[in-house]
Structures are given as structure tokens and as C-alpha cells.
Design a binder for this molecule. Structure first.
Ligand code: AMP
Length: 179
């Protein structure tokens, strides 16, 4: 199964993507994790870290190249969950071009209450999660990523999941939607 998980920052996509990928025996592909794993002593690592800390998006070229390389690895052949990619219309177009018209089976949309999202992100205590960057990240999501929901909705691919509550129950809801 080839899936895409979409939702605002802090919706718990990463946690759920990891759990669902394990349950389904497919790869968890997170561009955020890939960026965090970059060596901070390289030029690229430094540039990316700065962008992440500001709450902005890494440029499409860099993300697309990295993602395409990742999907070419053998473990992705069994299926995958894309977590955090695509995040812009340009990335969605690149993904279409890379995978072909029927490249994804479904898009899971994580629906949350925004106040709760901010709470969750502050509680998570990650280095790129200050109150100001969280606000920026929500804004950037609304402007650049929310339009993707319409795009995939027009294709009839969106599965909406209430992403509030216990981690285990949310995983169950996602699996139920995919059944
Ligand atoms: P995430 O772990 O998915 O929340 O990603 C953390 C940060 O990595 C984001 O706030 C962006 O700065 C960057 N990032 C991850 N994926 C992408 C993407 N597809 N396009 C642009 N920037 C990304």
C-alpha cells in the first residue's frame, strides 16, 4: 500500500505513520526525519537546520531530490507511508510525475483542534518547537500545504481521521479507514 499522511504540524502524523507502517509492514518515509538526520557540519545540513528552526519550508528542489532517492531504495518496493511530503503544490506535481497517475492508494488527513496542536508541540519540546516557530509553521501549513487537501479531495483520495485522543485509538481509526 502506498499512502500519504497529511495534517497540520503537531497533529501526530509522524507517530501514527511509524505505527501504521509497522502494522502494515511498509516503509515510513519522513522527509523531516531525513532532514534531522543530516550532518550539521555540512553546508546542506547547516542550511536545512536553519530553515527548520525558522519554521519555514526547505526548497522544493532539495526535498524532491531527497524523496526520489529514498523511494528508490529496496524497502520502499513493498509500499510506504509518505509523512510530510508533498507539502507544496510543486512537490505534489513532482510526485505525480515520479509515480505516475495512480501512484498513491489513499491520503489520510489528520484533523485536529488547533489550540491542542500548539499544546502538543510545546509539550514535545523539540529544538525547532518554540511558540513563534509553531505559529509560523501553522501559517506556512495553511498557505502552502492545505491546498493539497483540495487537490487530493478532487481525486476522491482523502480519508479523514479524527486525530484527537489516545495514540492507540487514533492508530485504530487510521487502520479502520484503510480497511
Ligand atoms: P516534520 O518533521 O515533517 O514536521 O518536518 C520538520 C521540518 O522539516 C519542516 O518544518 C520543514 O522545515 C522541513 N520539511 C520536512 N518536509 C518538508 C517538505 N516536504 N518540504 C519542505 N520542508 C520540509
Amino acid at each position: 500500500m502506498r499512502l500519504l499522511f497529511v495534517g497540520p504540524p503537531g497533529a501526530g502524523k509522524g507517530t501514527q505513520a511509524q505505527r501504521v507502517a509497522e502494522e502494515l509492514g511498509i516503509a515510513h518515509v519522513s522527509t523531516g526525519d531525513m532532514f534531522r538526520a543530516l550532518d550539521p557540519d555540512t553546508d546542506l545540513g547547516r542550511r536545512v537546520r536553519e530553515i527548520m528552526e525558522s519554521g519555514g519550508y526547505v526548497s522544493d528542489d532539495i526535498v524532491i531530490e531527497m524523496l526520489e532517492g529514498r523511494l528508490g531504495r529496496p524497502d520502499a518496493a513493498a509500499g510506504y507511508i509518505l509523512d510530510g511530503f508533498p507539502r507544496t503544490l510543486a512537490q505534489a506535481e513532482a510526485l505525480d510525475a515520479f509515480l505516475g497517475a495512480n501512484g498513491l492508494d489513499a491520503v489520510v488527513l489528520f484533523e485536529v483542534n488547533e489550540d491542542e496542536v500548539v499544546e502538543r508541540m510545546l509539550a514535545r519540546g523539540r529544538a525547532d518547537d518554540t511558540e513563534e516557530t509553531i505559529r509560523t509553521r501553522l501559517e506556512v501549513y495553511r498557505e502552502q500545504t492545505a491546498p493539497l487537501v483540495e487537490l487530493y479531495d478532487r481525486r476522491g483520495m482523502i480519508r479523514r481521521v479524527d486525530a484527537m485522543g489516545e495514540i492507540e485509538s487514533i492508530t485504530e481509526r487510521v487502520l479502520e479507514e484503510l480497511r
